[in-house]
Design a protein around this ligand. Structure first.
Ligand code: SF4
Length: 340
């Protein structure tokens, strides 16, 4: 039986929801907060019209004041390079916009992916779903019920991936209801939650969410999305420790991004910091070639050089696998590092 304290839930739910609602959406306000001059970006800030800017204040607070090159700022600030139209970059780099059942992408034989919520608390400029038509994939009560029915009756599925947008945009009471209904799917072994929300709003890891994970009948795997060690503040570390103590497996998948983490020392520092807070580096993704993000691309050759240095620097368990998503493939495609 999943229990919760309604008063504390509402209070903490309200706190993180308030933080979502109060995120920076105007680049000039974010730059003013950081003591930076918007004039230096010219018309580049208009790239917010291509993909809205959204930056929670807790994430902005981790950025260095007065530093236009801050690696967190560069991930979220609209800039002129997004207007570059480069061959090979398109609006659906992973071929996922053409699915039959709204909400439920039944991707692999034993794994199903439920897009629980469209939208995120932060809009990462390199996001492979920056053009995704969430409005055509809205998941309402009827779609959730259909997805649960599907999951309950397909005994081939042993793992459910909750994705989005960001699935933790769902309130704790909604997640509790979802988990309660999924208890009928006896064949499920794992529920994997892909999220960046706790990274940008650590308060999202509420006591009620921790309790929900602890009481779930399946293993819960939380796959975080962290690209730079500066994203891990002490509060996030403390909340992750509570999740680990509740039996949640914590993994990280980052994206290799030009100008942000494209060097072995930066990635080594990320791996070390992840391990300090109980998270294992799992995947490092090559950029999905989404239109508007070509300036973040690191070539495969450069990526191989970085990975070779990382392997020399770190114990194996702290080296993430370098992969890329290939549309139509059942799993991530490892990139051959040519290490001989
Ligand atoms: S959190 Fe993930 S899905 Fe959301 S905008 Fe960032 S990269 Fe995209």
């Amino acid at each position: 039986m999943i229990t919760r304290n309604p008063d504390s839930v509402q209070c903490l739910d309200r706190r993180w929801q308030h933080e979502v609602a109060n995120a920076f959406s105007d680049p000039e306000q974010l730059l003013a907060f950081l003591g930076l001059d918007p004039q230096q970006y010219g018309d580049g800030l208009q790239a917010r019209k291509l993909f809205p800017m959204r930056v929670p204040r807790a994430f902005a607070a981790k950025m260095r004041h007065g530093d236009a090159q801050d690696p967190l700022l560069q991930q979220v600030l609209p800039i002129g390079s997004e207007f570059i139209d480069r061959v090979g970059f398109n609006t659906d780099p992973t071929d996922e916009q053409d699915t039959a059942a709204p909400g439920l992408l039944h991707k692999y034989r034993s794994r199903a992916l439920l897009m629980l919520r469209g939208g995120c608390a932060v809009n990462c400029r390199y996001c492979f779903r920056r053009h995704f038509p969430y409005q055509d994939h809205k998941v309402g009560q009827a779609e959730i019920a259909a997805a649960i029915d599907h999951l309950n009756h397909d005994s081939n599925i042993n793992e459910l991936l909750l994705s989005g947008g960001d699935p933790l945009m769902a309130r704790d009471d909604h997640l509790t209801d979802l988990f309660a209904q999924l208890r009928q799917a006896k064949h499920l072994k794992r529920v994997r939650i892909h999220t960046r929300l706790p990274v940008v709003i650590p308060n999202r890891i509420t006591d009620d969410f921790i309790r929900l994970c602890q009481q779930a009948p399946w293993k819960i795997v939380l796959v975080l999305h962290i690209n730079h060690a500066n994203e891990i503040c002490d509060v996030l570390g403390q909340q992750l420790a509570k999740l680990a103590a509740a039996g949640v497996t914590l993994l990280n998948q980052g994206v290799l991004l030009k100008g942000i983490n494209d060097s072995a020392p930066i990635l080594a520092a990320l791996s070390e910091r992840l391990f300090e807070v109980g998270v294992l580096p799992y995947y490092l993704h090559q950029l999905d070639k989404v239109a508007g993000a070509s300036h973040f691309e690191v070539s495969d050759d450069q990526a191989r050089t970085i990975m070779a240095a990382l392997i020399a620097e770190l114990p194996g368990f702290l080296v993430p696998k370098l992969v890329r998503e290939v549309g139509g493939q059942a799993s991530k495609t490892p990139i051959d590092l040519h290490l001989g």
